[in-house]
Design a protein. Structure first.
Length: 223
């Protein structure tokens, strides 16, 4: 009720332009642009409403319950579905060549600077490669915009942070445990995860011992 009262009070303080006289003349209508004052005022009202809603914990929780980045969809729940810890190598699919991976992704796969290059695997249009980083296994999954969604189910206490990989938008998921569901695969517990969007490609980097700093450093070297 406080939010509703504040918005009503805000509406009375805004100086809206007078309604123009309507004439039945066949004159071209002006296109509504971002610079038009009524449109700008309407956007300002929406921005104030969203800011006020995010200030209320209950509203903020409802707004943030579902969100996604590229082909990864994140859902927050109070209780996780049945799951179990599984190796990162489970369910990656058969080994494929770079040419096959490029055909699936619509572009050449992005690879870490390792020699020899890790083997590529493909399952349900998702290209994956498993390699060691600082002595621990790390899984890199590459998903095109035409592939199936990867769903992540996290507790409301899981830490999700918006970051950037270079100029690309990214999210960092760590802290409390969460579950990942790849298409046609059983749910499993996931480690720390960095997800970023590079053009039409969604990349997902997972490792139990990854830190935000190490994940960002590694992601910026993948190309």
């Amino acid at each position: 009720m406080e939010l509703e009262s504040e918005l009503r009070a805000l509406a009375t303080e805004i100086e809206w332009p007078q309604t123009p006289t309507l004439r039945p003349e066949l004159t071209p209508r002006r296109r509504l642009t971002w610079r038009s004052r009524p449109f700008a005022l309407a956007v300002a009202v929406v921005a104030v409403a969203l800011a006020a809603a995010f200030a209320v914990p209950q509203s903020r929780g409802a707004i943030l319950r579902f969100f996604g980045l590229g082909a990864v969809h994140v859902e927050f729940v109070e209780r996780l579905p049945p799951d179990q810890a599984r190796p990162l190598s489970i369910g990656l699919g058969s080994t494929v060549s770079i040419a096959v991976a490029q055909n699936l992704l619509g572009r050449p796969p992005l690879l870490p600077p390792l020699a020899p290059a890790p083997a590529l695997h493909a399952q349900d249009g998702i290209v994956s490669l498993l390699f060691l980083h600082q002595g621990s296994p790390v899984l890199l999954s590459e998903i095109s915009s035409r592939s199936s969604l990867v769903k992540k189910i996290a507790l409301t206490s899981t830490n999700v942070r918006w970051v950037r990989v270079g100029s690309d938008p990214a999210i960092w998921i760590a802290g409390d445990k969460h579950v990942v569901l790849f298409p046609r695969a059983a749910p499993r517990l996931a480690g720390h995860v960095l997800v970023w969007l590079h053009g039409s490609l969604t990349l997902r980097l997972e490792g139990a011992h990854l830190t935000l700093h190490s994940a960002l450093t590694l992601a910026e070297k993948i190309g």
